[in-house]
Design a protein around this ligand. Structure first.
Ligand SMILES: Cc1cc2nc3c(=O)[nH]c(=O)nc-3n(C[C@H](O)[C@H](O)[C@H](O)COP(=O)(O)O)c2cc1C
Length: 261
């Protein structure tokens, strides 16, 4: 097949849909669907429009919850699409048909779930929730100057994950597996070129990368949390097997170097 040069307006090749919950300044909660997110260790980078209520909430409170949508949540995601918690609606969004919605939980028929380490609630219906705190703010498309940062249209927030919860049915069963997610059961919603997709056909093939013991990655998770909260709930129900693997892996962290893939 020959390649042909194109100039796409967007490069949304496919990333999971995240419903970010954050705290408004009056103490109520906001939700925004987004998909410009990636994960490294126990950190994440999330790209957000600077004019969004969510962006302002995270900048102010330095907290949020990243709730991952599953492939059966299209109705909720579509109910949230083209809404904003900003009143009045910013001009750019107004021309794209956005409207102000104060109570995003109500409009999407979602249920708030109390968080442990952050003030804003998570979303009960999302099979995965991650409480997070802001580590650093990066401006996109500028020259790095303070003036460019002031006028940035898009911000990339680096956040540290403080606590992970998953629906019970996503957990692997068996000794030493209590912290593992069963990837065959996890059905994320994927946004590609603004359309919503699922992974209905399941696993494509076995990956050689998956032959690495998953616990070998834990030192990088520890690194991302270094010096932070004492009570780390990611280690829920850690049993003896997992602890043994952890100890062995802390020595292997240096050998693995910076590239953990
Ligand atoms: C599926 C989906 C994915 C989206 N991805 C992003 C994204 O990655 N970054 C972003 O800034 N906005 C994204 N949006 C648009 C935001 O939801 C939109 O800016 C919204 O107004 C934010 O709400 P808020 O102003 O209440 O925070 C996405 C919308 C949908 C429906």
């Amino acid at each position: 097949m020959e390649h042909q040069e194109i100039s796409p307006a967007i490069l949304y090749w496919g990333t999971p849909v995240v419903l970010i919950s954050s705290a408004n300044d009056d103490g109520s909660a906001n939700i925004a669907p987004m998909s410009s997110a990636f994960w490294l260790g126990h950190g994440a980078m999330i790209g957000l429009d600077a004019s969004s209520r969510t962006t302002q909430n995270i900048a102010r409170t330095r907290q949020c919850v990243l709730n991952l949508a599953s492939d059966d949540m299209a109705a909720a995601v579509n109910a949230l699409a083209r809404t904003t918690g900003t009143d009045p609606v910013p001009a750019g969004k107004r021309t794209r048909g956005y409207r102000f919605v104060k109570d995003k939980f109500a409009v999407a028929r979602l249920t708030p779930q109390p968080s442990r380490h952050v003030a804003c609630p998570g979303i009960k219906e999302c099979p995965v929730t991650m409480e997070a705190e802001l580590v650093a703010t990066h401006t996109m498309f500028g020259d790095g100057s303070a003036a460019a940062a002031e006028e940035a249209l898009i911000l990339a927030f680096e956040v540290r994950i403080l606590r992970v919860t998953v629906h019970e049915n996503l957990r692997m069963q068996g000794e030493g597996l209590c912290n593992r997610v069963d990837a065959d059961r996890w059905k994320p919603m994927i946004m590609m070129f603004c359309e919503l997709y699922g992974l209905k056909q399941g696993k494509l093939a076995h990956s050689n990368l998956a032959d690495i013991d998953e616990e070998a990655y834990r030192p990088f998770a520890d690194l991302s949390r270094k010096g932070k909260i004492e009570a780390v709930d990611v280690y829920v129900d850690v049993d003896a097997d997992v602890k043994v693997v952890q100890e062995a892996n802390s020595e292997r962290a240096h050998e693995l170097g910076a590239d953990n893939h």
